[in-house]
Design a protein around this ligand. Structure first.
Ligand SMILES: Cc1cc2nc3c(=O)[nH]c(=O)nc-3n(C[C@H](O)[C@H](O)[C@H](O)COP(=O)(O)OP(=O)(O)OC[C@H]3O[C@@H](n4cnc5c(N)ncnc54)[C@H](O)[C@@H]3O)c2cc1C
Length: 477
């Protein structure tokens, strides 16, 4: 094997073409969409893009990459928000796209599980579950594009975590191609299997650094036959936390979503997203979007209406609406999900995703508002998200021409405030390249050492996403 990386890339490419066919090896303009992130804020350069269609092909590619010492960057739907699925700028990394592995292998509504390939789009898993009168509860703004392998690799959260947990809690089994090309078949749909270490959990949330997910067996749940979606206006984030505590006491696990939206976010959505209108007539400082669901077909709405009437009487909410139609429900969710898109029309959006204890959310918002003011009137903090999980997307809208200058200090300030409240600087988006260095001083030293040890044990040549999560450069022979 040559010591020259360009020679090795050429040899690897030729071998990959023989394996998967020239049509599935992309370069130039064809490779461009795989080199830039969803929001077009981060771009890299791939040597080329490989698009295998089967687990055997993935296995063959990884074995070849290990032999030629070539870095592979796994990619699903490319909606990740921490740049883990985009190659670096060297032009030496190869994107391994799982998009052609898009078959649903089987569905079992007695056992309540579905087995799918890694490249199946999340919305298609949801639809398949629905057609079997079941629910696959993972739901998030990018569900029309993100792929199940990417959801597993990032341990995605989304809007139903409160009730159903993160992706990790929805995975019964996994099929993974290891860094030497071996196929690890852990797909059995068993709920109970205490035969030693539960290895699948090593790969869930590992962001493509420990193995390539090629298929998964996923847990299904009973369908939500009646859904009540409410939009309540409140004065403060404290009121939102209070409301959450109160409604949890009444509805318990029937609350699937509890989302916070600021006035700035609502007005931005109504101004910049076509056809979007505020669910209540006047602007208010804060809003919560709450969704309740159960398996029965009726009875929940009446209960919700009675509780909301009491909230009005007690002065806990200042305005509100309960969706009467699917269109009204969709409008409420469009406002919540459209925050990033709408504010992108105003300026550059510095995106982040953090978590603190639910009771500390008001304090985090207050402190973030305070430090944001120091950056001038044209910098705005936009907190929104899954406050029922203690998870806020703390975004900052900044003038485009000052974005490069402002992003680092905004992150520093935000992360310091999260540290003060003993939270985490990544709630559900992962580490990727964006937060790789920032986690080092924040995780216990013993945890970082163990993470590096696991990486070098499972990927001794450092070929799987070498810059992501923990830095582990390729080892030459
Ligand atoms: C509009 C929008 C809304 C979003 N909302 C949420 C939200 O509510 N909650 C949330 O958690 N996230 C959210 N995200 C982030 C993103 O959608 C999730 O992280 C999603 O799980 C990524 O899936 P993907 O297929 O796009 O992965 P990609 O972006 O392609 O990859 C993400 C990471 O996983 C790795 N990877 C991908 N596929 C595989 C595989 N088969 N095997 C091994 N590694 C792999 C990549 O190398 C990369 O490190 C949102 C993103 C957008 C753009």
């Amino acid at each position: 094997m040559s010591n020259n990386l360009d020679d090795r890339l050429t040899a690897f490419k030729e071998a990959a073409i023989s394996l998967i066919g020239e049509a599935h090896v992309l370069t130039g303009l064809d490779a461009a969409p795989f080199e830039i992130d969803f929001w077009k804020q981060y771009a890299g350069k791939a040597a080329f893009v490989l698009r295998p269609a089967t687990t055997a092909e993935v296995s063959g590619i990884v074995e070849l990459a290990a032999h030629h010492r070539i870095a592979l960057v796994p990619q699903g739907g490319n909606t990740g928000l921490v740049n883990g699925g985009i190659p670096d700028g060297s032009g030496h990394e190869v994107v391994l796209s799982l998009q052609r592995m898009n078959h649903i292998r089987s569905i079992d509504s007695a056992g309540d599980y579905i087995t799918v390939e890694a490249g199946v789009i999340l919305a298609d898993v949801q639809k398949a579950a629905e057609s079997a009168d079941r629910l696959f509860p993972l739901a998030l703004g990018a569900e029309g594009s993100c792929r199940i392998g990417g959801n597993i690799a990032t341990n995605a959260g989304g809007v139903n975590v409160l009730r159903y947990g993160m992706t990790r809690e929805l995975v019964l089994g996994l099929e993974v191609v290891l860094a030497n090309g071996n196929i690890l078949d852990l797909l059995k749909p068993l709920r109970k299997d205490n035969t030693g270490y539960d290895l699948k959990h090593l790969f869930i949330g590992s962001e493509g650094t420990l193995g390539i997910v090629t298929a998964a067996t996923l847990r299904l749940v009973a369908p939500a036959r009646e859904r009540v979606t409410m939009w309540l206006a409140i004065e403060t984030p404290e009121a939102a936390v209070h409301l959450f505590r109160q409604l949890r006491g009444v509805f318990g696990d029937l609350i699937s979503s509890f989302e916070l939206v600021s006035s700035y976010g609502v007005e931005a959505a109504c101004t910049h997203l076509p056809g979007v209108r505020r669910p209540v007539s006047d602007p208010h400082p804060w809003h919560v979007l709450i969704e309740l669901a159960w398996t029965f077909t009726e009875g929940l709405r009446e209960r919700a209406e009675a509780v909301v009437a009491t909230l009005f009487e007690e002065g806990r909410v200042i305005d509100g609406a309960i969706a009467e139609t699917e269109a009204q429900r969709a409008m409420m969710w469009r406002i919540r999900e459209g925050q990033s898109e709408a504010t992108s029309k105003i300026g550059y959006v510095v995106r982040s995703d953090v978590t603190v204890a639910i009771v500390d959310i008001p304090l985090l918002i207050e402190r973030c508002e305070a430090f944001t003011r120091k950056f001038g009137p044209d910098v705005v903090v936009l907190p929104f998200g899954h406050i029922g999980d203690g998870n806020l997307h703390m975004n900052f809208v900044v003038p485009r021409e000052r974005a490069a200058l402002l992003a680092p200090p905004l992150f520093d300030n935000l992360f310091s405030e999260v540290d003060r409240l003993q939270g985490s600087i990544s709630a559900e988006h992962g580490v990727g390249r964006a937060k790789r260095d920032a986690i080092i001083s924040r995780k216990p030293a013993a945890a970082m050492t163990l993470m590096r040890d696991l990486k070098s044990m499972l990927d001794p040549n450092g070929i799987l996403n070498p810059d992501v999560v923990v830095s582990a450069p390729i080892k030459e022979r």
